[in-house]
Design a protein around this ligand. Structure first.
Ligand code: ZN
Length: 94
């Protein structure tokens, strides 16, 4: 276990592409609201006026938090994909 942890720590979490907050990754409590691992922006909420996600439909398309990943690596991987997609969108706009 310890060996795996040290490998995972080296994986760099990109910051939130929208608000620049340091991203988090955590394991959810089994009987909590979400299962598995979560990663993403700690400030992100639906209709928070920052991330531009105002409905559940929009959240499904582009939420800024990953939920229910089966492992820490998977949660991190999914978050990296979201963060990179947003970066590309901004590149196109600028
Ligand atoms: Zn954010």
């Amino acid at each position: 276990m310890r060996r795996v942890d040290s490998i995972q720590k080296r994986q760099k979490l990109p910051k939130c592409p929208i608000c620049g907050a340091e991203a988090f990754v955590k394991k959810n409590i089994v009987d909590g609201f979400y299962m598995g691992w979560s990663a993403g922006c700690p400030r992100y909420r639906i209709a928070d006026g920052i991330h531009g996600v105002n409905t559940l439909e929009e959240a499904k398309e582009r939420g800024y938090t990953v939920h229910g990943a089966p492992s820490k690596e998977e949660a991190v991987k999914r978050w990296i994909i979201i963060a990179k997609m947003e970066e590309k969108k901004y590149d196109r706009r600028n």
